[in-house]
Design a binder for this molecule. Structure first.
Ligand code: ADP
Length: 309
């Protein structure tokens, strides 16, 4: 018995000559935000569409709340989804759109006001949706996804078109959902958007998982933590550090880049040796560095847009 809220296993899917999914496998636990990140064309939307029963896989399985989406009895009460800027009737107000959805899904209409407040759409909710910005349509889409107060939320590129205020809001909103025990899967083609909100990051490329880890594990895996050292005698400092087993390179700016030991250890080695220094700084590999390392070979679908050297 697997208690994952979302379980994707061995998904394969071909569109003509394109292998969109090639063994996609991961799971999402309740109470967590899982980032689903990879370059355009990596298979994120296809995976999400299969999860929601909007498309069909050739092989493998995709379960939400332990079942196929199509088999869920009251799907909107179990799973909320934002898959693309909501298909809206431009003449209908945001509020009426939500009322219509609630009635059609037999959800209590009192919930409409709650979700409008939840996504901060208050004043706009009585205006015609045809005049909404993309960011407002994203908020309306999230309000719709929240109508059934679902235990699983799946959002495909929700940051697209959001202004900075909207991005801050959505980050806090997703964290608060996880804190209330919900399972959240959120896709993005930008790693930076997920830093600070994702507990777990599933990095994908060419239809399969390249890494599935916490943010800290991913950064540690890059193994490129370095220490920057400034000293009036850089060559002497480097020699002392090398004798202590560290890697140390003097740059043409006269700083020393140290690898293989911590910043604290650098101080412990240099001080008794009488080597002066003015700065010792630990430099972490950024999540973005790790992402580029992981996906560097997986960007074939963007080849046409890459600038040739
Ligand atoms: P992502 O969401 O990561 O950008 P997608 O799942 O949209 O990736 O696409 C994965 C691959 O499948 C891409 O090469 C894309 O062009 C292709 N693809 C997706 N949907 C279709 C479709 N309906 N018809 C043909 N090819 C498709």
């Amino acid at each position: 018995m697997n208690d994952a809220s979302i379980e994707v296993s061995g998904l394969r899917k071909r569109f003509g000559p394109t292998q969109a999914l090639d063994g996609m496998t991961f799971s999402v636990a309740a109470g967590t935000v899982t980032g689903f990140v990879g370059p355009n064309g990596a298979g994120k939307s296809t995976t999400i569409r299969v999860l929601l029963g909007l498309d069909y896989q050739d092989e493998g399985h995709a379960l939400v709340c332990g079942q196929r989406y199509a088999a869920l009895k009251y799907p909107l009460r179990r799973v909320g989804a934002l898959v693309e800027a909501a298909a809206l009737q431009p003449s209908r107000t945001g509020r009426n759109h939500l009322l219509w959805l609630a009635r059609s899904q037999r959800l209590p209409t009192d919930r409409v006001k709650e979700v409008i407040d939840l996504v901060g759409l208050d004043s706009a909710a009585r205006r015609r949706a045809g005049g909404y910005s993309l960011g407002m349509r994203q908020r309306l889409g999230i309000a719709a996804a929240m109508l059934g107060d679902p235990e699983v939320l799946i959002l495909d590129e929700p940051f697209n078109g959001m202004d900075p205020e909207g991005i801050i809001w959505i980050r806090g909103f997703l964290r608060s959902l996880a804190a209330r025990g919900r399972a959240v899967l959120v896709s993005s083609h930008l790693m930076g958007e997920l830093q600070g909100i994702a507990d777990q990051v599933v990095v994908v490329g060419r239809g399969r998982v390249l890494a599935d880890a916490t943010v800290d594990e991913l950064v540690a895996r890059a193994g490129s933590d370095r220490v920057l050292l400034r000293s009036p005698t850089p060559s002497e400092a480097a020699a002392v550090l090398q004798r202590a087993g560290a890697r140390a390179t003097v740059t043409d700016r006269g700083t020393v880049i140290v690898g293989g030991i911590t910043a604290q250890r650098v101080v412990e080695v240099l001080s008794p040796a009488g080597v002066a220094f003015s700065e010792v700084t630990a430099q972490r590999a950024s999540l973005e560095d790790v992402y580029l390392q992981l996906t560097g070979g997986a960007t074939q679908y963007r080849a046409g847009t890459q600038v040739q050297p």
